[in-house]
Design a protein around this ligand. Structure first.
Ligand code: INS
Length: 552
């Protein structure tokens, strides 16, 4: 595969630097997923259980609502009951997400993953034993608070631990767990719905992975960046050595030293800025907030991170996640849950493609190439909806398909196209948010970007059904297509390629402008170097095994 090519004309942002500039600090280690080493793998996996719970708890609600019957407060759920039980999770997530920054700086990155793991356990148990609507709401609220914190803290933890070449992939493991959790939720919902009071099992089962995560995480280390920031240099070095276990020993010392030096340089520079600002500073968070907004590089990082997170939700994806079964039932599918499982499953499968490509093709490139397919999928949906009339009267006889069922199938095919394109790009790339921010404002910036994600998620959840009713389904899907087009232009103009760069270099990149052109050239250069290194190691392997082949 050709690596990292971005054939489109890039907007010229006036950068004069040579392409090598943006890659020169990166201690290219040629580390790969296969030689990532057990420490790095278990770190990622244990952190990502939060992703599984995030996906599970957001996916399980649709089947839960239809199976509760009169088990809560001795009466069937009313529409306001259903709305509050659903919305409280996103609401608490959007309130708790910005707090991640404060706690992550003060108590460490690992602690802010441990707390949501506990909340997930309590939330699941409270829901499973709930006998009143308000107890169920309390359980959903705890789970929401956990999802909000974990969704920002996990990418932060992994971003700060991962070697540059693997960062994109390792953060994408979280997305794999989220989408996998959604598939599990749909399948379990489908199975448990047949049992009496099966919904209690559906929600209670979420406690199991949370307990596993608590046990695993207790033995995991803090991130080297946070350790250095809090003066624990030796521990930071030890963690870095473990993380780079898969790298040949002669390179490892050089890489660890280089990362240590660049983080320390960043901390020193930040200390100087702090000293200058000390006279008018009263609180850490206020200072960090001031720095985030007033320093142009930080402001750019925040704009990009919030733009991507907003776009991830405002493109309308979760309207399908939450309501696809309802849509498929309305257009006359006899097995709407199965049809909606196809949406969740496509989302999961194509996230695997993102996992394979994100560091090779690059974040920017993957978005610029996948969003046009989302637009196509949405326009086809919109077209199909104009030939399938939906009657909210729930009477199958009133469903009218001008093409004898063809348009209903066209609808599901175009939704699958849209979801596939979403999963490859927009479903994952925004979660790379933490890499955009310099150390001092990283946790705050990530928390705010996560809050943007949850606020936009809340907006879509609240507006989707009213839009379908008042604007028609055709126009609703057209609106999402317009959001995607606007998003594409914004990405093309301001999102530089960050794949393969050390965290400290990304800060440099955004200092003097959006640096799109420079970043794309730097990325191509890094890919060329990696290709050469790969070629060299393949050649030396062939020589040592006495099989020098022509191909190398
Ligand atoms: O990255 C995830 C993923 O794409 C999920 O499928 C979606 O439901 C979430 O909202 C999103 O944040």
């Amino acid at each position: 595969m050709r690596r990292g090519s971005d054939e489109r004309d890039e907007p010229n942002d006036g950068d004069e630097d040579s392409p090598e500039d943006s890659s020169r600090h990166s201690p290219t280690s040629n580390i790969s997923w296969r030689n990532a080493g057990p420490v790095l793998r278990s770190l990622t996996l244990s952190a990502c259980i939060s992703g599984l719970l995030f996906g599970f708890d957001t996916g399980v609600i649709s089947s839960t609502l239809v199976s509760i019957g009169s088990d809560l407060s001795n009466r069937p759920l009313t529409t306001p009951d259903k709305s509050i039980v659903t919305a409280i999770t996103s609401l608490l997530a959007l309130i708790s997400a910005p707090m991640t920054g404060f706690f992550a700086d003060r108590y460490g990155r690992k602690s802010v993953i441990l707390v949501p793991a506990l909340l997930f356990v309590f939330g699941a148990v409270i829901q499973a034993v709930a006998t009143y609507v308000w107890t169920m709401v309390l359980g959903r609220a705890l789970v929401g608070a956990a999802v909000g914190i974990a969704s920002g803290a996990v990418p932060l933890y992994i971003t700060e631990l991962a070697p540059a070449e693997l960062r994109g992939r390792l953060v994408t493991v979280q997305s794999l767990f989220i989408t996998g959790g959604q598939v599990v939720a749909y399948v379990l919902g489908w199975i448990f719905a047949r049992l009496p009071h099966g919904w209690r099992l559906m929600v209670g089962v979420g406690a199991v992975p949370a307990v596993v995560q608590l046990v695993l995480l207790i033995r995991m280390p803090e991130t080297p960046r946070w350790l250095l920031q809090t003066g624990q240099d030796e521990r930071a070095r030890d963690v870095l050595i473990k993380v780079h276990e898969g790298v040949p020993e002669k390179d490892r010392a050089r890489i660890v030293q280089s990362v240590l030096l660049s983080v320390q340089a960043e901390i020193t520079a930040e200390d100087k800025t702090n000293a200058r600002n000390d006279s008018d500073s009263s609180s850490g968070v206020r200072d960090a907030m001031k720095e985030l907004i007033s320093i142009p590089g930080n402001r750019r990082a925040l704009t990009i991170a919030c733009m991507l997170q907003g776009l991830q939700q405002l493109c309308g994806f979760n309207s399908l996640m939450y309501f696809s079964a309802t849509i498929f039932a309305l257009v006359g599918f006899t097995s709407p849950i199965l049809a909606s499982l196809s949406i969740a499953f496509t989302n999961f499968l194509l996230t695997l493609v993102a996992f394979a490509w994100i560091d090779i093709v690059g974040r920017r490139n993957i978005l610029l190439r996948s969003i046009p397919f989302m637009v196509l999928g949405l326009l086809l949906c919109s077209l199909a909806f104009s030939f399938v009339s939906i009657e909210p009267a729930r009477d199958a006889a009133l469903i009218y398909d001008a093409g004898d069922g063809i348009w209903s199938w066209m609808l599901i095919a175009s939704m699958v196209l849209y979801v596939a394109a979403y999963a490859v790009g927009l479903g994952c790339v925004p979660w790379q948010q933490s890499e955009l921010f310099p150390l001092r404002v990283r946790s705050l910036g990530s928390g705010l970007a996560t809050a943007t994600n949850w606020s936009s998620n809340f907006i879509i959840g609240m507006t989707f059904l009213p839009m379908m009713n008042f604007l028609t389904p055709s126009i609703t899907f057209m609106c999402y297509a317009v959001v995607c087009v606007v998003g594409w232009v914004a990405i093309w103009r301001i999102y530089p390629e960050t794949a393969g760069l050390e965290l400290e270099d990304i800060g440099e990149l955004l200092k003097d402008g959006w640096s799109v052109q420079k970043s794309v050239e730097g990325f191509r250069e890094r890919q060329r170097v990696l290709d050469e290194m790969e070629g060299r190691s393949r050649r030396s392997w062939s020589i040592s095994s006495g099989r020098m082949s022509r191909e190398t």
